[in-house]
Design a protein around this ligand. Sequence first.
Ligand SMILES: [Zn+2]
Length: 143
Amino acid sequence: MKNQAPGIDVRPSEIDGKGCFATIGFKKGRKIAEYEGEKISRREIARRLKGRKRIHICGLNSYWAIDGRAGNGTQYINHSCNPNCYVRTIHDHILFFALRDIEPGEEILLDYEQSYHSDRKQCSCGAPNCRGRINKIAGNSKE
Ligand SMILES: [Zn+2]
């Protein structure tokens, strides 16, 4: 992988395929890394979502998104219903911050809330508060 962000490492994850793990501690509120990739339009998003099993697209707004397929390791941040990081979009930059103190070796996890995955896609995060689906939708409840 080229230009992997400092402080993170990509390794197999128990949640899904590969995951993004902290190699250093991140204090609550600290920036972890930026989501890097190619800026693509809504039309291109639709084209790329077709037939792709793994999605590494993160929305900037209702029109633009970043495809992190060739990104810096943050494209492997898995979804969890009990996350330890959150995302802020500042201008054209998608930034991950620590939601709480993160210890070295912990997997970095984000609540995707509304992703490009199907609303039916099941969640396998294993958290006690798992809502059963990756996307947060009205009427989404524990099963
Ligand atoms: Zn879950």
